[in-house]
Design a protein around this ligand. Structure first.
Ligand SMILES: C[S@@+](CC[C@H](N)C(=O)[O-])C[C@H]1O[C@@H](n2cnc3c(N)ncnc32)[C@H](O)[C@@H]1O
Length: 236
């Protein structure tokens, strides 16, 4: 008789509830692309350069609304909307299957997916996506590996905690409140780092031409936040 190791149970999907109400009523492809936390101001998809015929990766794409916009308006060869959450992947498939094969929802941990696809993408981006929630010491080198030399990487992340507390001066995560699918309380890791910390991490990961801009919200308020917009190229 051979001993078998019992399968490890899948971790709870802490993104089960995210965007669910909107998905029930709004099935449109957004007509604009925003980077800011409020999704209502600032620069748009032009920061990704000309995308016609290009391969693009959305890291932590959620319902894939940003990716759908790119697929419809910017004529890329393919946009991979990568998300580890079964619920978010299912929502993306439900909303945007009709945009295949240009839009391709991919159900995967983004770091592993990027490691498995070296020199594959011309551009990669994250809008408060996996770059906020995966260990940057693994994710950023994996992104550099998956980009072609000279490929663009653009990240929108929090400029400070939503409580107003400042971003971290070192590479440390916070355990922030989250919800299990059954509604019970959980926590998840979020990396909210100061500009110089991100810049050093990007440099060490193999990026060049690194810039950081702080974008204020269009309207101040209790749910408003500054967006830290990071841009870099994979070393040619
Ligand atoms: C705040 S949501 C943002 C979703 C989308 N970018 C948007 O703007 O609506 C963060 C997303 O990142 C995904 N995510 C977090 N860590 C991830 C990882 N390691 N691999 C893939 N997706 C991840 C989550 O599943 C979630 O859908």
């Amino acid at each position: 008789m051979t001993a078998t190791t019992p399968a490890r149970p899948a971790p709870a999907d802490l993104w089960h509830h995210y965007g669910r109400n909107r998905a029930a009523t709004d099935r449109t492809v957004p007509s604009s692309f925003f980077w800011t936390w409020g999704q209502d101001t600032g620069p748009g998809a032009e920061l990704l350069g000309a995308l016609a015929g290009r391969h693009v990766a959305d890291l932590g794409s959620g319902a894939a609304r940003h990716a759908a916009h790119l697929a419809v308006q910017h004529n890329p060869a393919q946009v991979d909307a990568i998300d580890a959450s079964p619920a978010q992947h299912a929502i993306a498939l439900d909303l945007y299957s009709h945009l295949a094969p240009t839009l391709r929802p991919v159900h995967a941990d983004v770091t592993q997916h990027l490691i498995d696809h070296p020199d594959h993408y011309d551009a990669a981006y994250s809008v408060f996506g996996a770059v906020d929630f995966a260990d940057p010491r693994r994710l950023l080198p994996a992104t550099a590996t998956a980009l072609r030399p000279g490929g663009l990487f653009v990240v929108a992340t929090l400029g400070h905690y939503l409580t107003g507390a400042p971003a971290e001066p070192d590479v440390v995560h916070a355990d922030i409140p989250a919800k299990n699918p059954d509604g019970t309380a959980a926590t998840m890791r979020r990396w909210v780092l100061q500009e110089h910390v991100w810049t050093k991490l990007l440099d060490e990961a193999g990026f060049t031409g690194i810039t950081a801009d702080l974008l204020p919200p269009a309207t101040p308020g209790p749910r408003a936040a500054d967006t830290l917009l990071l841009r870099a190229c994979r070393q040619p």
